[in-house]
Design a binder for this molecule. Structure first.
Ligand code: HH2
Length: 276
């Protein structure tokens, strides 16, 4: 299986690590845009040195109950980082659900769009279709403000899979080739602990849709629920979750702790896949 992100190509014979670079005031010392830019760029370069295969740049927190950010505010946060990473050794993904931000990010050099709304906005679909970038389409139930209120499914795995199948079809109909498409069950996005565990246990079912599967479990509250650890103490649980996701078919893991995840996957690769 292949993934084309702009001029980057991955053959997916080994799992990829997507490193998270948050450019939100709460994620770095709140010292204004300039300091924020320098801190985010330094962090991005560190993640590349640690072995990240893709960097995911986000300017809006999607945590349950998070405050929405204006288009301009999001652009002011992410564009300087994307521009600063032009020519980097790895593709840059823009984590946004705003078509205007996607478009500006692509123009600034992003090679992937990570959309938690799965391109359900026609303008977002068009922005990706009109380019050669990859896209990650994620499932969620409800909006980040309300999604954890009362998630409900008859069969979470079947429903998430059906949704993602429809999104793949819609993207292909809009002219986005399969080799550019990634899907994601959206751990924690309108899901109880039991829903998240069912999705992780049966992640293989999503691989049957024939496109790469991305799993984002890093530091999530489900790991807090399982371990009793605060968000800053969830590294061991996050590495375990990433490995389990890969074991169950994930092609890409989206993580904060790149070095630890890369090391864990080296062990996985040596036993199960390609060496190195
Ligand atoms: N999770 C978050 C954000 N973006 N994108 C994809 N494709 N999959 C995910 O699971 C996913 C995502 C979580 O958002 P946030 O609360 O902003 O935390 P962070 O970006 O630090 O993970």
């Amino acid at each position: 299986m292949f993934l084309h992100c702009g001029h980057f190509q991955f053959d997916l014979s080994r799992p990829l690590v997507m490193g998270i670079v948050n450019v939100t005031p709460d994620s770095f010392s709140d010292g204004g845009l300039h300091l924020q830019r320098d801190a985010a760029l330094a962090h991005a370069h560190q993640l590349i040195a640690e072995g990240a295969d893709i960097l995911d740049i986000g300017g809006e927190s999607t945590r349950p109950g998070a405050r929405p950010v204006s288009i301009q505010e999001e652009l002011d946060r992410v564009l300087p980082i994307i521009e600063g990473l032009r020519g980097a050794a790895v593709p840059i993904s823009i984590d946004s659900r705003k078509p205007e931000v996607m478009q500006a990010a692509i123009a600034a050099g992003a090679q992937m769009v990570n959309d938690i709304d799965a391109l359900q906005d026609a303008a977002a679909m068009n922005a990706v279709a009109a380019s050669n970038v990859a896209v990650c389409m994620m499932h969620k139930q409800g909006s980040p403000q309300t999604m954890q209120a009362q998630p409900h499914y008859q069969n979470v795995v079947a429903e998430v899979s059906a949704f993602l199948r429809d999104r793949i079809a819609a993207a292909e109909a809009a002219g986005i080739q399969r080799k550019r498409i990634v899907i994601d069950p959206g751990f924690g996005f309108g899901k109880t602990l039991a829903h998240n565990l069912a999705l992780l246990r049966e992640l293989k079912k999503l691989t049957e849709l024939g496109v790469p599967v991305l799993a984002g479990l890093s530091r999530k509250s489900m790991l807090g629920a399982l371990t009793g650890q605060d968000v800053g103490q969830r590294l061991p649980a996050s590495v375990a979750a990433a490995l389990i996701a890969v074991q169950h078919g994930a092609n890409i893991v989206r993580v904060h702790d790149v070095r630890a995840t890369v090391d864990a996957l080296k062990v996985w690769n040596a036993v199960n896949g390609e060496l190195g």
